[in-house]
Design a protein around this ligand. Structure first.
Ligand code: 5GP
Ligand code: ZN
Length: 114
């Protein structure tokens, strides 16, 4: 069993509210939403942080970013949203499985404390 929470969500060992899934990607609602729309989009493959992305992963990251606005719009953030990728200790990353936050559904201040 993986000790990575998001790998365990991918494996179905931890329940999540999925909003999108295909063979490479999973998107699910954040357990502690900061806004009406707060979704995490992850590669199913374990990549710890942006620092760990290889050239071979570039198409995967491209697919994630292509999917982000589609998921945002489907979830109701069709007038705009914020994406955040916290990276590493100094970036405030808590879960070491790469994820893109989609935050929206309400007007967001220019900067939010995250
Ligand atoms: P980070 O600070 O690493 O960018 O964000 C991790 C996010 O994962 C946090 O917003 C946190 O609420 C969310 N999270 C942590 N554990 C779980 C979980 O078990 N399920 C879900 N859906 N979200 C989680
Ligand atoms: Zn993982």
């Amino acid at each position: 069993m993986s000790d990575c929470i998001f790998c365990r969500i991918v494996a179905g060992e931890i329940p999540s509210q999925k909003v999108f899934e295909d063979e490479d990607l999973l998107a699910f609602k954040d357990i502690r939403p900061l806004a009406p729309v707060h979704v995490l989009v992850i590669p199913k493959k374990h990549i710890a942080t942006l620092f760990d992305v290889s050239d071979a992963d570039a198409p995967l990251l491209g697919r994630i970013m292509r999917k982000v606005p589609q998921i945002a719009a489907e979830q109701g953030a069709d007038e705009g949203f914020r994406t955040i990728v916290n990276t590493g200790r100094m970036g405030g990353q808590e879960v070491y499985h790469l994820h893109v936050h989609i935050i929206g559904g309400a007007a967001l201040p220019a900067m939010i404390k995250y």
